[in-house]
Design a protein around this ligand. Structure first.
Ligand code: ADP
Ligand code: MG
Length: 373
């Protein structure tokens, strides 16, 4: 990657200008029995406020836009931005918010007509949607092709922290990976193996690695077509720490604890207490730690122990700590530890892709944007 990405200051005088701000308001929602939707965590809305307020204080009028869920290119009330609009108005009045970008198929297809409709009355563009910056969608790469553009404060901090982690980490650097999206994450495992001193693997991801080492994994979640990749990663020479004990349900559905070997029919849903302690020792000894993906199915309290122990180690270690991933961030918040780490990334896939590749389509588009006059 080359060339600086413009920041808000590079927009010049924003007074009287209409600014389109691409935010990531893809917030978790729940629906009650009456079918009313409410926001369960407004972290992503609050995270966008510094940028929005910076613009408003300088006399700009702000039009926000975001996707929400996966409505597949047509209007679907289940995904309307209305609850977000209400929360945003309560937090910072006077900001416009467009309807869900993904109601229009042109968003994901990056169609020129859709870009034109987004920017027809707009003077400047700001991208503050780190969580979507890895997608070459209309609202991410379209406006900066013609409008003076900048990254917002949230995107700026994400890029600074994650590129520092990627390029100049303090050693020992340990990465902790878990969660359930195994094939999605193996690319970043390979990239991380070049910079980290050790890698810790828990969550559902560990079973594909354990299977690659020849352990029986019962009926645990695993991806058969990734076993060979895991085998190769295990031979690259960097220490990869896998759980030495596991917790789950036996074939009859009863809670059970195991070593590394699961009997037929058993399902592993968490790392065991011995592994959790071993992993937290490694985190305590590190000077940089990146964590993505819960150690177990933490939504079920019986299987939250491993994730909780790792989260407390992240909070207690003197290391520089970065957490990426929607579910990992939710776990931290559930344990009340979200303020105890150095950086919680608002983007799961985006943080992994930036660590893996060192650049994102949304950042490349900003770098090429015309300068403000
Ligand atoms: P993130 O959002 O942090 O990137 P993922 O989306 O990859 O993480 O994975 C989170 C999900 O993984 C959680 O819903 C959790 O319940 C699930 N999970 C973790 N460990 C296991 C396991 N051993 N078996 C099944 N699901 C698991
Ligand atoms: Mg997730």
């Amino acid at each position: 990657m080359s060339g600086a990405i413009p920041t808000l200051e590079d927009l010049g005088d924003v007074s009287g200008k209409r600014v389109l701000v691409r935010t990531d308001f893809n917030v978790p929602m729940e629906t009650n029995d009456a079918g009313e939707r409410s926001i369960t965590d407004d972290f992503r809305i609050r995270s966008a406020l510094p940028t929005i307020e910076w613009l408003i204080e300088r006399g700009a009028s702000v039009v926000c836009c975001s996707h929400l869920g996966r409505p597949k290119g047509s209007v679907d009330e289940k995904y309307s931005m209305h609850p977000v609009k209400v929360r945003l108005a309560a937090l910072t009045p006077g900001v416009e918010l467009l309807e869900n970008l993904r109601f229009n198929p042109g968003e994901e297809a990056n169609s020129k007509d859709f870009v034109d409709s987004l920017i027809h009355d707009i003077d400047l563009y700001v991208n503050d949607a780190f969580g979507a910056a890895h997608r070459a969608h209309a609202s991410i790469v379209g406006p900066p092709a013609t409008l003076p553009s900048a990254m917002g404060r949230l995107l700026q901090r994400e890029v600074e922290v994650l590129l520092a982690l990627r390029n100049t980490p303090k050693h020992p650097f340990t990465a902790v990976l878990g969660g359930s999206k195994i094939s999605d994450k193996l690319g970043v495992v390979e990239a991380l193996l070049e910079t980290v001193d050790s890698l810790i693997i828990g969550g559902a991801m560990c079973f594909t690695f354990l299977a690659a080492q020849g352990y029986s994994i019962g009926d645990s979640l695993f991806e058969a077509d990734q076993v060979d990749t895991c085998k190769r990663l295990l031979t690259l020479g960097k220490p990869i720490h896998l759980p030495e004990d596991l917790v789950g349900l036996d074939a009859q559905g009863n809670y059970a604890t195991y070593g590394r070997r699961l009997p037929p029919g058993a399902k592993g849903f968490d790392i065991g207490p011995g592994s959790a302690t071993a992993f937290s020792d490694l985190i305590m000894e590190a000077r940089t730690v990146f964590w993505n993906g819960p150690m177990g199915m933490f939504e079920d309290e019986r299987f939250a122990g491993g994730t909780r122990t790792v989260a407390h180690a992240m909070a207690d270690t003197k290391a520089f700590t970065v957490v990426g991933g929607g579910d990992s961030a939710a776990a931290l918040a559930q344990f009340g530890l979200d303020d105890a780490v150095d950086h919680v990334s608002t983007g799961g896939g985006a943080s992994l892709e930036l660590l893996e590749l060192g650049d994102l389509p949304g950042l490349a588009a900003l770098r090429k944007a015309p300068h403000a006059s």
